[in-house]
Write a protein that binds this ligand. Sequence first.
Ligand code: ASP
Length: 322
Amino acid sequence: MKIATAVSAGLFALGLAGSAAAQDYPTRNITLIVPFAAGGPTDVISRIVGEHMARTLGQTILIENVVGAGGTTASTRAARAANDGYTLITGHMGTHAASVGLYPNLAYNPSTDFEPIGVAAGTPIVILGRKDLPPKDLKEFIAYLKANEAKLNQAHAGIASVSHTTCVLLNSIIGIKPVAVPFNGTGPAMNALIGGQVDYMCDQIVNTTQQIQGGLIKGYAIATAARNPALPDLPTTKEAGLPEYEVSAWNALFAPKGTPKPVLDKLVAALDKALDDESVRKRLLDLGSDIPGKDRRGPAPLAALVKSEVARWTPILKGAAN
Ligand code: ASP
């Protein structure tokens, strides 16, 4: 009896301590896991919004790049991390949607093992080639891929990554199966494209704008309905003759399931504030990303997005051997 009383009093005290900790949050550094290598879109977006969120929250946000298996290694780790708001992850269309259709033993459920915080940026997909790839436009590029399928190397950031899935889609529309070369993120994949070690790639615009502007790689088309102000000379896939290829991705912040509501509220508000900040907006827009409007921010729209993206990608990717 005495023991039971002591235990329940202890639990009660623990509960109070937990809610006090949630109210005071954050009192120490926060780790934001980036599931890909430094320098790629997920890393860049995390650093831009993370820097501003850290100022709002009054604590440092440490970026930890945890690579492997198309971002699913890091996402597994984040799903299992303490749900106290001190470990977060920037997921994306790959880790939190496409992974479901491509990893039969995925160790987490993107919909039920995380608390969605909000979308940080939408990222149109751009079709890219190495600088000295012969084709001058998308039509020539498609003909070139068909004619040289056996000797082409296509870079991606691991199975289920955005660069993987969006090129699976492109390759299936064109009807080819090139050799796919995996990297730990499209930061390193971009270096290989610039160096000419791989031939082409599909990637989130954030990683491609400066490289196209600087003439380091070729941009063949942007897979959105309209041109992007960051790359006004780049034709849309529709203009360039491949209207059936229209695809965009996104990056978003998640916390482990069960993170206390007062903690989540602070994170949601900090992200919202970052996305309203003029210098954050300019940095994201200059890289070509699409900043979610108020109606697309926060947990509910992100939860709905994850659900609809899992439903969209699973049938496309099931059985895709690439
Ligand atoms: N853009 C990458 C992808 O293809 C990942 C990264 O952000 O490096 O999923």
